[in-house]
Design a protein around this ligand. Structure first.
Ligand SMILES: [Zn+2]
Length: 162
């Protein structure tokens, strides 16, 4: 069972749109992409409202990870619904992913096939903070060489391509 965030509702084809959603997403979606309404009506979606207890749990979780301030009401409801149904949360929101990772919740990304285009990696020096865009980020051993400026180790960072 999956709880789908708004990015999934926006980007997934009708055949894939099968899951649980919260009521707040409908207004959000119709505002962003009015032409998706017909698709939403045709999709197999359960529009739900999480219980106050689960909202409370979600709030507590988001507070503990420091993500609460960055989450919208809809985000919080999605997290609460995921807790309530013990479902998989489909989201590209890193705050929601962070909340899932901090508890026992499972998440999936919306653009599962597009990950290589969506993210790029670069190296950043742990000493002076210099960014090396051309470094070797393919190493699995976490050995990405050392900084030409200060000799400290590089570590990998990823950035989202918009
Ligand atoms: Zn350095």
């Amino acid at each position: 069972m999956r709880v789908l965030d708004t990015a999934a509702l926006l980007h997934w084809p009708l055949t894939k749109l099968n899951g649980k959603v919260v009521l707040g997403q409908r207004d959000e979606l119709i505002r962003i992409a009015p032409d998706r309404e017909i698709i939403l009506d045709a999709a197999e979606l359960d529009w739900m409202t999480p219980s106050p207890e689960n909202i409370q749990q979600a709030t507590k979780l988001a507070k503990s990870t420091g993500d609460l301030a960055g989450l919208s009401n809809t985000d919080l409801e999605l997290l609460a619904l995921t807790i309530q149904l013990d479902a998989i949360l489909v989201t590209d929101d890193y705050r929601l992913q962070n909340c899932c990772a901090a508890s026992s919740l499972v998440y999936e990304t919306v653009m599962t096939t597009g990950i290589s285009e969506k993210w790029s990696w670069y190296l950043v020096c742990t000493g002076c903070g210099e960014i090396n865009q051309n470094g070797d980020v393919s190493s699995k051993q976490n050995n990405h060489g050392t900084c030409a400026n200060c000799g400290s180790k590089y570590k990998m960072r990823k950035i989202q391509n918009e």
